[in-house]
Design a protein around this ligand. Structure first.
Ligand code: AHR
Length: 614
């Protein structure tokens, strides 16, 4: 293989090419990234979440029936609470058990109310009811709702612990029973699971799109994700059903998303519904659940648009403003510096959609002309014509559009010229969701290398493709509605995939300058040629030259760097290699010199060379 490089032919490319897309599906938020350990902490589970669920789901009262009342709630947004009689012991099993570590501290918080001065005892137990932490007593002596806090320290490590709350005397009402590890990501309160958050941070994503996907536009008008329901005091946030078949506490809400973005140096990219729910149709196209027809009634659009404008004020304005004040009061006086906002997700480009999108777009542009609004070009099916989306966005002058494709590796291999052919007068592209799919839908070396190959072509077109994000990001074992995903996990382990390693290699080896290059194979036809790819970029900050090389062939290949003399440089080499079916391949990093100006690319491999030019 010969590598042809034209050091003098370069162009500026996007510095935001690799980001992440966080959607609350596969238990990505509650039971996942959100570090809360108690499931159904607020007794708000309902049959809307899942047919067999109700307020008592995941709780048992060892003393008999668990009484749920709604007469005097903590907040109207959280109408249900439990009422314990003296002697009642309620037990919560967490999300498939609570994984605790010996010596670690856990922040307990609960709301209680007792007319006759109750007393509660709280402890962690193993699955047989044996105590495995200190036991704390809460004098629930307030007749009105009051929040109580304490710290539990586990004295043994156990993956399936439970939380037990016992009423020692007198009737006591309880609600929002919460338990967090003290060690969260960056030790934030109401924070994120440290290991999962770190794995995302390690990609070095330049932006994060959230909270969906389908979740953002919801199944039916009432299920559209309302950002205002996701901020403020936990007890006042408004939970909702999750169209992927479970429950959203909203504990991981907009404040937490923005804070996380800031903590990992990623631009926040919230996506809001374009005034239409999922597919704007009678059923949700992924889950098959029946939904509502149509969009938000036109006479309600002003209020909906105001909510979107308020989000921008909440994120960016100072504390003299109504919404900026709320952000400051929540702990973030400085603006979050929101630059991008997504409107719509894979919506059908119907008249209903267009009318509402145009209203929202014009209103944002009028008030915040610098905000980059990212539109949507509708769902992609191979062979489908989704040019309406592009035509509409172009006609409206939308600066960037979000497109999605979930395709077989062969599609990625055969369409490496997809953006080479792109009409540069059209809106910029955010490839907001993509992944390679094979039978059985694993995330393996075959899919990962096809993605790496394709990403080389995306880098080459980094002047029009501004951003990309693999999808979906997270999936909890036993609660996975969609495969493949980038990072699988359970309560105590992470299982990053080869696709994750590819994202990390691209994220950690980004550059802002693209240097024209190509590879030519010495033996083989066009099919062979298509399975070898390269991309060369320069990291302008460090001056490093970064060469990416993908070999999707079942044989090794030798690259001849030809005019590029690499012999004298210090080089860091990262190689991800494995057979197509491998699911556990990990990259290997070495520091080495290039011998004879040639390099061996192992079969089925992705190599990154980072060359210190100074
Ligand atoms: O990533 C899973 C789903 O795929 C997203 O929610 C949706 O946007 C797409 O259809």
């Amino acid at each position: 293989v010969s590598l042809n490089v034209h050091m003098d032919r370069k162009k500026t490319i996007s510095d935001k090419l690799v980001g992440v897309f966080f959607e609350d599906l596969n238990y990505a938020a509650d039971g996942g990234l959100y570090a809360e350990l108690i499931q159904n902490r607020d007794f708000e589970y309902s049959s809307k979440d899942r047919r067999e669920w109700n307020s008592t789901t995941n709780w048992i009262n060892k003393n008999g029936k668990l009484i749920i009342e709604t007469a005097q709630p903590v907040s109207k947004n959280n109408p249900h609470y439990a009422v314990l009689q003296s002697g009642d012991e309620i037990v919560n099993n967490g999300f498939d058990g609570i994984a605790v570590t010996a010596g670690e501290k856990y922040d307990l918080s609960l709301f209680a109310r007792s007319v006759n001065k109750g007393s509660l005892s709280v402890v962690l137990t193993d699955s047989n009811g044996n105590k495995i932490s200190n036991e704390i007593t809460i004098a629930a002596n307030a007749a009105n709702w009051k929040q109580y806090k304490a710290v539990l320290i586990a004295n043994t490590s156990f993956k399936h612990a439970r939380l037990s709350v016992t009423a020692k005397k007198n009737e006591t009402a309880v609600d929002l029973i919460s338990l967090f590890p003290q060690k969260t990501f960056k030790n934030r309160k109401n924070g994120l699971r440290a290991d999962l958050a770190q794995a995302i941070a390690d990609i070095k994503p330049r932006f994060m799109r959230f909270p969906g996907g389908c979740l953002a536009h919801g199944n039916g008008l009432d299920n559209i994700y309302q950002w205002k329901n996701s901020i403020g005091k936990l007890e006042e946030r408004k939970p909702d059903f999750n169209l992927w078949g479970y429950h959203q506490t909203m504990g991981l809400g907009y404040y937490e998303y923005f804070q996380f973005c800031e903590d990992i140096g990623a631009e926040p990219l919230p996506v809001l519904a374009a005034g239409v729910p999922c597919q704007n149709s009678s059923h949700h196209h992924q889950t098959g659940i029946a939904g509502q027809q149509g969009g938000i009634p036109l006479n309600e659009m002003d209020a909906y648009i105001q909510d979107i404008l308020d989000l921008i004020e909440w994120a960016n304005a100072d504390k003299s403003t109504t919404w900026g004040k709320l952000r400051a009061a929540a702990g973030h006086p400085a603006p979050f510096n929101l630059k991008y906002i997504g409107i719509g997700n894979e919506d059908l480009i119907s008249e209903v959609f267009k009318e509402r999108f145009a209203m929202i777009y014009k209103a944002i542009k009028a008030k915040y002309p610098d905000m980059i609004v990212i539109g949507t070009v509708g769902p992609f099916y191979e062979g489908s014509d989704y040019s309406f989306g592009w035509d509409f966005a172009s006609a409206m002058g939308v600066p960037m559009v979000d497109e999605h494709y979930y395709v077989p590796p062969a599609w990625l291999i055969n369409n490496q010229d997809y953006y080479d052919k792109y009409d540069r007068t059209k809106p910029k592209v955010y490839l907001g969701e993509y992944a390679a799919h094979v039978r059985g839908r694993p995330n393996n070396m075959e899919t990962a290398l096809a993605e790496a190959l394709y990403l080389c072509s995306v880098e080459r077109n980094g002047d029009v493709v501004e951003m990309t994000s693999y999808a979906p990001l997270l999936a909890k074992e036993g609660h996975t509605q969609w495969n493949p995903d980038m990072i699988y996990f359970n309560n105590s382990e992470l299982k990053p995939t080869p696709g994750y390693e590819v994202q990390k290699m691209f994220g950690n080896n980004a550059g802002e300058e693209y240097i024209e290059s190509s590879v030519t194979v010495d033996h083989g036809n066009a099919d062979v040629q298509k399975r070898i790819a390269t991309s060369i970029v320069k990291d302008v900050k460090t001056g490093d030259l970064i060469i990416k090389l993908v070999n999707l062939l079942p044989v090794e290949a030798t690259v001849d760097f030809k005019d590029l003399q690499l012999g004298n440089y210090q080089i860091e080499k990262t190689v991800l290699q494995g057979n197509p079916d491998d699911k556990n391949s990990k990259p290997v990093v070495t520091k080495e010199a290039v011998q004879n100006n040639k390099l061996l690319l192992p079969k089925y491999s992705f190599t990154v060379l980072r060359i210190k030019m100074k």
